[in-house]
Design a protein around this ligand. Sequence first.
Ligand code: PGA
Length: 255
Amino acid sequence: MRVPILAANWKMHKTVAEALAFVEAFLPSVRDVEGVEIVIAPPFTALDRVGEALGGSNVELAAQDVHAELFGAFTGEVSATMLSDVGCRYGIVGHSERRTLCGETDAEVGAKATTLLRNGIRPIFCVGESLDEREAGRAFDRVGEQLDKGLAKIPSEQAEELVVAYEPIWAIGTGRTASPQDAQEMHAFIRDCLARRFASAASSIRIQYGGSVKPDNVYALMAQPDIDGALVGGASLDPESFARIVRFAPPEESK
Ligand code: PGA
C-alpha cells in the first residue's frame, strides 16, 4: 500500500513571518487528515522556524535542494547534514527550474539524491520533459534517461525511501495540466523503469504528479492507479487551497 504524499514546493516565496502565518492557518485545517503524508518545502531561510512550528503535527518538513558534498568551500550551498539538523525528512532534487536555470545535470541530481539518502532524508526526485521533447515524441526517452542516469547510484535496499515526482515542464506554473490519462501513462512508464532497476521495491515507490495541480484537478489525478501524490507550487502558497489539495476530495465536495 502506497501512502499518498502531497507536498508543497514554495520555491522562492515567503519570508519567515509569512511562512509561520501559513503554518498557523494550515495546521488546524488538516489536523484530522489521516492516511496521507503532508510535506512543506519552504525556502532555506524559513526551514528552521517552520520546522519548529510543525513539531508534533502531521506535516513534515522538506528542503527544496541540497549540495552533494557534506561540507567545504561551496559558498552559498547547504548540505544534507545541515538539513537534517533542522529536521528535514524530505529533500527535493532535480526540479526542472534547477536543471534549466542552474544547469544541473542528471549525474549531479543523482549525487544529491544519494547524499540525502545517506543522511536519512528521503529524496523527492523530479523528472519531466520539455514541450519540445513532448512534441518531438521524445517524452518517454527523456524521462527514462533522467531515471537511468540519476538513480544509477541509489542502492536497491533504499529504493523504497525514494519519491519520484513527474513534472512535465510545460505544465509547471502555466495553468496547463497533463490530462490524468497522459499523466498515468507516464507514471506507469516510470514504474516500469523503477521495476527494471529495483525489482519488487518499485511497487512501493511513490510517484507524484506536478504541474499546475489545483484543488479542482487533484481528485482526477489522484484517482489514477500510478499517481500517488502531488508536488504543488503556486496552489500550495495559500493555506486554504493546499488544505483542499491534501484532502483531494471530488471537486463538488471540496468547496
Ligand atoms: P506549479 O509548480 O504547481 O506552480 O505548476 C509545480 C512545481 O514546480 O513543483
